[in-house]
Write a protein that binds this ligand. Sequence first.
Ligand code: ASP
Length: 460
Amino acid sequence: MREDYKGYRDPAKAVLIKHNVRVWSEVEMRTTRGSFVGTILPRSETSDNKHIVIKLANGYNIGILSDTVEKIEEQSYKEAIYKIPEKEFPTDPKKPNITLLGTGGTIASRLDYRTGAVIPAFSPGELYGSVPELADYCNLSTEKLFGVFSENMGPVQWIRLAEAIGEAVENGVDGIVIGHGTDVMHHTAAILSFMVQDSPVPIVMVGSQRSSDRPSSDAALNLIHAVNTAGKSDIAEVVVSMFGPTSDQYGLLHRGTRVRKMHSSYRSTFRTIGDIPLAMVDREKITPLRSDYKKRRKDRNVKINTAFEEKVSIVYYYPNMQPDIIDSLIDNGYRGIVIAGTGLGHVNKPVYKALERAQKKGVAVYMTVQTLWGYVQMYVYETGRRLMELGVIPGANMLPEVAYVKLCWALGQTDDLDKVKEIMLTSIAGEITEREPYNGYLIYQGGIPEVEEFLRTIKR
Ligand code: ASP
């Protein structure tokens, strides 16, 4: 660490003091990597003390390593409104009652898209202060369950979330929105689809890919789409509501067991895999793309089943995988393994003996495919047949992450592997489908004549 300036054990702060500037100073900063003009931002809970974060005129925030700073000149100083104004959320008896359950993620930590401040917002008043349009759709109550980035979600949080959904349904809400980090939103959507059975109302998961202090943020619009869906739609399932195209034309509603985050930074990151999405949503309406979904009901008969076995793993096969990978899971007491295999569902021969051992020890092993689209088909090649003899069970077209959480849920309910198999291979929430429609599969490969032709037709 560089020499602390005036005794500060905080290099970034030391640099600010040395150059006589503060948070909210508008500055020109000369560094060994070039000059930057922008506003110095408060440090967020996730940044370290070596970087100074400035907001550039184009809205992007960049972190500048304090060691590289040569000179900072203050051009002006304008303190931002750092607190979201709390406005009382209006109540209108004609509007649906929505409960927003917060778990964390970008959408919860930076919701003030008007002021650009980096602060958590969660009470209904704060949400209303930052996205006033929400009051056009619903009466809102909020409950902050956790404040975590989604990689920290796990059985404890999933069980609490399922219970909170059960309570909200029993309390008579018309719809539930769950604010969640996008990274593992599809795992949570899947496990909730199993833990919460027969919900009479929509359960809508929402997040944002870009924080709300950026002009391109999807936070506010995703939230508006989510409350619109929760209040108005007749889809009483766990759905993910996020940007459809990269532009803000409309959002898509994806079934909780068929959705996956597919891009690390695009706002249109969530895609329905092996099927078509349930519906399109915009500020006014919800347009169903299919009709085979569970419909909204008036009763309150939701069933919550939070069974969960933690000793389950997912193994992504790679060429030259050695049997010790499987052996170590067996030795560590794992009761279930989901393999994401190659092609139709294969692994190499050296792994067979470890699978045989898993079978003898009563470990439940299920096969899924790395290709994501398509079915496991283990009758086609000799490899597949041999794997089935070793007790590996084909998981149809369940996505690997979905098969993983389902196996945790199934093994949480029973030790009887036949019963586990029955649960695994019975489609409970659309996780296994009879066929995958051809128009569910679409990957843009620019430059190829038929894709260019297709793009021309939609751009016309
Ligand atoms: N890493 C964050 C999370 O998943 C990203 C987000 O919120 O979208 O919690």
